[in-house]
Design a protein around this ligand. Structure first.
Ligand code: UDP
Length: 348
């Protein structure tokens, strides 16, 4: 592919919220590409836009703002490498001009959002994925699906490896998300097999960082918000369930490498450092300096008991593994939420 990697000061992700001076690998590539990205105003999407643009590529961003936030891409408006189109990708659409890649990040990824919008969640995984695959086909270009660790459901294999088929309740509350992603993966593989499309599938594990929505219900923003307001941290169940949290700059690096790779089968992207939700609550309490108590609440239905990615494949195929420690990433994230000012002001 003609890549060369070199150390350089971070340009696009991670440094704008106080990570100045951190060092990431930047890939120099002579050919400038033009991508279309669904979910461009979302948490991970907006960071990936930044990264692509920092590399000199063009991005046509698409979002209907059902969970995305215009503020995530405000800084890109007026940038000649960035165009934006407000559109629901579940409705067919065309793109003018040449395209070198279709990146499908649109998704209602937080349990609160998908439980509130199950039909939209199913639609974006099915109709949305199909529309974007059709665009890739028309332009004879590469396609990347951002799938999820939820494909493994409440896993019986630990850590989760890509060859594990999962333990998903097809009719439970979370099924609208899990099954829409599993269908999206099946559709992507069918386009690859039938049309020889160059496809990639990323299975994204819990990711956190600046630009998460403070009130989207996920544990990272929920605990930080509660800690900054001095309110009790709401632990669901007894807090013994585990998660493994990946900083967004690391995730973006993995996605960037994957979209330019030849790997057609799913690749796990996540940070293998696993901890219980109770341990995570302690970490947030220490980093924010809060003395707030814990408040135990019922465990949501089908909440996975253990989750940890096996990233051997990503290491081998992409030469990728996370670089940012949980401590470092959480400090940046907390600082970001603090710079938003009063938590109440940050609400949508
Ligand atoms: N969780 C919690 N308190 C909260 C929000 C979430 O204890 O206020 C738990 C949740 O039950 C799950 C874990 O934290 O076990 C991660 O939840 P999240 O919604 O962030 O993502 P998930 O991994 O479930 O998709």
């Amino acid at each position: 592919m003609g890549w060369s990697a070199q150390a350089a000061t971070a340009t696009s992700v991670g440094n704008e919220r106080g990570r100045g001076g951190s060092v990431v690998r930047v890939y120099i590539r002579s050919k400038r590409l033009r991508f279309i990205m669904s979910g461009a105003a979302g948490f991970i999407g907006s960071h990936l836009c930044d990264r692509l643009i920092a590399e000199g590529h063009q991005v046509v961003g698409v979002d209907n703002f059902i969970t995305g936030d215009a503020r995530n891409i405000d800084h890109l408006r007026g940038n000649r490498l960035f165009q934006f189109r407000e559109w629901d990708v579940c409705r067919p659409f065309d793109v003018d001009g040449p395209l070198d890649g279709v990146l499908h990040l649109a998704s209602l990824a937080s349990p609160v959002d998908y439980l509130e919008n199950p039909l939209e969640t199913l639609d974006v995984g099915s109709a949305g994925t199909r529309n974007l695959l059709e665009i890739a086909l028309q332009h004879q270009t590469r396609f990347m699906l951002t799938s999820t660790s939820e494909c493994y459901g409440d896993p019986l294999v630990h850590p989760q490896v890509e060859t594990y088929w999962g333990n998903v309740n097809p009719v439970g509350l979370r099924s609208c998300y899990d099954e829409s992603k599993r269908y999206a993966e099946a559709l992507t593989m069918a386009y690859h097999r039938v049309h020889r499309l160059r496809t990639n599938i990323a299975r994204i594990f819990n990711t956190y960082g600046p630009r998460m929505q403070l009130d989207d219900g996920r544990v990272v923003p929920a605990f930080i918000d509660q800690a900054l307001r001095g309110e009790p941290l709401t632990v669901f169940g007894d807090g013994s369930q585990t998660r493994s949290f990946c900083y967004v700059a690391d995730m973006v690096e993995g996605l960037y490498r994957l979209t330019l790779s030849d790997e057609r089968f799913p690749v796990n992207l996540g940070n293998p450092q696993e901890l219980t939700i109770l341990e995570f609550a302690e970490r947030i309490r220490r980093l924010t300096g809060t003395s707030a108590a814990l408040e135990f609440k019922p465990l949501p239905q089908d909440d996975p008991k253990r989750r940890q990615p096996d990233i051997s494949k990503a290491k081998q195929v992409l030469g990728w593994e996370p670089q940012v420690s949980l401590e470092e990433g959480l400090r940046d994230t907390i600082e970001y939420f603090q710079t938003l000012g009063s938590p109440a002001l940050a609400r949508r």
